[in-house]
Design a protein. Structure first.
Length: 138
């Protein structure tokens, strides 16, 4: 069995941002030479997500509006977690959008459904954060 592991660093310009990381995952898969296996991608912070969906800007706007309705950033005093940091909403947004994704690898490719792409979702950005890619197989 082969395996390959990589940590990617992210530093978003905005507090909340979605970044398509499919190309980075595909590059690592190509580097690994793995033809059949499993790929795990996870955020390494509890205020960021990794998820799979469509790369469509209207949808990303809709996600942002929806998440802000579910867990609004303001008023920051409405959250018990906001004692030192003021990122309670980011923890909740991460929980909704998920920590990780797993993608099957078939014939050396990520075995996606139609329109599926992998995204890093940042909810408390403008600082250096990491995500992990691990691919195992043969
Ligand atoms: Zn926090």
């Amino acid at each position: 069995m082969k395996s390959i592991t990589k940590e990617l660093w992210v530093n978003t310009k905005k507090p909340r941002e979605f970044i398509n990381i499919t190309g980075e995952v595909e590059s690592l898969l190509n580097e690994s030479g793995i033809q059949e296996g499993i790929c795990l991608v996870n955020a390494m912070h509890i205020t960021a997500s990794v998820f799979i969906n469509d790369d469509e800007s209207g949808l990303h706007h809709d996600f942002d509006v929806w998440l802000e309705k579910l867990a609004p950033h303001e008023p920051v005093s409405s959250y018990r977690h906001n004692t030192g940091e003021i990122n309670a909403d980011a923890h909740l947004k991460r929980q909704i959008m998920g920590r990780e994704v797993v993608v099957a690898i078939t014939n050396g490719k990520l075995h996606f459904g139609l329109w599926e792409q992998i995204f890093y979702g940042e909810f408390d950005g403008q600082r250096k954060k990491r995500l992990l890619i691990k691919i195992i197989g043969e």
